[in-house]
Design a binder for this molecule. Structure first.
Ligand SMILES: [Zn+2]
Length: 101
């Protein structure tokens, strides 16, 4: 087992990565759902595999840096869109801050 897979197993409880199909479209209802997680500050949608994830303050700060934007002080209504994520790849790629409609 590769080290990377061990890390994934530890954090995600599964070795199965979602298949990257590309060009998945975000569901406006899902992305604007309340997160019910005190740690989570913003949602991430991956167009590569179509998965939604929630990230904490530290993760959000990292993704904002990757997107070259300031993280809004109120992230309500915002989400990050990525072409790859930690579920389907080893890191987030092509990060963009988006406004949910
Ligand atoms: Zn993904």
């Amino acid at each position: 087992m590769s080290n990377e897979n061990k890390v994934k197993e530890k954090f995600l409880g599964s070795l199965k990565s979602p298949k990257v199909t590309g060009k998945n479209a975000v569901d406006p209802k899902k992305i604007s759902m309340p997160m019910h997680d005190p740690e989570a500050v913003i949602q991430v949608f991956c167009t590569g595999c179509g998965k939604y994830s929630r990230i904490n303050q530290k993760g959000a700060t990292n993704l904002a840096q990757m997107a070259n934007v300031e993280l809004p002080s109120d992230t309500d209504g915002f989400y990050f869109e990525t072409s790859r994520c930690i579920l389907c790849d080893d890191d987030f790629r092509e990060v963009n801050l988006q406004k949910a409609r």
